[in-house]
Design a protein around this ligand. Structure first.
Ligand code: DAK
Length: 255
């Protein structure tokens, strides 16, 4: 299988891209499998967080160059490869990218579709599409700019040069850098911690951060206020605050 999907205890799932002989390049099969697994996880009421990882030496080296080298514009459009990105964009539950090794092109864009990026200290991020005559097509020009600003983005996109995990963290592209052999454990521990939080609050936070970023500040703040108030109609808000007052651990039920 080019991807491996496991439901783990603690309300989390792990999705691994497993095509190391092609540096985990995202061919059509890998994209379709990622989309199917993310959709399945989204609709699984027992799951509250998904970790997306590659293999020890590479997260993903981007779209499969061999599979698109001879394609024309219409064919690229008809392949409908935006579906995978749409499923990721639509996922209301927290996604964590666990990045070891290369995250290039569509691989870097895949990581940027996550909500949190945990990177190994040997990881390298880049958008080298220009070197093969194209440009980022899955959000690289926009997500990177929104994460790290114009000047860092322009340098990465126009030169195609990769950056280190440390540099990525300094720029704001990575949430946390850990030793390479601790990436998956750290990502899974964080996923379990998030999955133990009240899921409605987690969803609202994700929704507000992502939707609000594209809105005028006043409207986004008004939307935040409404979402904040609505959480007071959940059982988990009552339980969370009662547990704090009674000095005990909360038991969240997701309602
Ligand atoms: N595609 C296809 N095959 C790849 C590949 C890729 N992206 N990356 C590596 N491979 C294959 C190599 O061809 C080689 O295959 P064989 O020769 O063994 O048959 C094998 O993997 C091992 O590669 P290397 O020998 O190069 O391995 P190294 O460890 O030395 O180097 C590397 C690893 C990741 C630094 C290097 O392989 C590399 O630079 N790869 C290319 C990276 C790249 O240019 N990525 C950008 C691809 S363009 C779209 C949205 C998004 C996109 C497209 C469409 N739509 C919405 C329509 C995204 C486009 C891209 O990502």
């Amino acid at each position: 299988m080019e991807t491996l999907y496991e439901r783990l205890d603690g309300g989390i799932a792990l999705l691994r891209i497993n095509r190391p002989e092609a540096r985990n390049a995202l061919n059509m099969a890998v994209r379709e499998q990622i989309a199917a697994h993310v959709a399945a996880m989204t609709h699984d009421a027992e799951l509250h967080c998904l970790v997306i990882a590659g293999t020890p030496k590479v997260f993903a080296a981007g779209a499969d160059i061999k599979a698109m080298a001879d394609a024309g514009a219409s064919e690229m459009m008809l392949r409908g490869s935006d579906a995978i990105w749409q499923v990721l964009r639509d996922c209301p539950k927290p996604l964590i990218a666990a990045v070891n090794g290369w995250a290039l092109g569509g691989g870097c864009e895949l990581a940027m579709h996550a909500d949190i990026i945990i990177a190994g200290d040997g990881a390298r991020f880049g958008q080298p599409e220009i070197k093969v005559g194209i440009m980022p097509g899955a959000g690289g020009t926009q997500r990177l700019t929104r994460s790290v600003g114009k000047f860092k983005t322009m340098k990465m996109l126009l030169s195609g040069e990769p950056i280190s995990a440390i540099e990525a963290e300094r720029m704001g592209l990575v949430s946390e850098v850990v030793p390479d052999d601790e990436v998956l454990d750290r990502a899974l521990a964080l996923a379990r911690a998030i999955a133990a939080m009240p899921p409605i609050a987690a969803r609202r936070i994700k929704q507000l951060v992502l939707t609000g970023a594209d809105m005028p500040l006043g409207a986004a703040l008004a939307m935040e206020r409404t979402a904040f108030e609505l959480l007071f109609d959940t059982q988990d808000q009552k339980e969370g605050m009662r547990a704090f007052i009674e000095k005990r651990a909360p038991r969240f039920v997701g309602r």
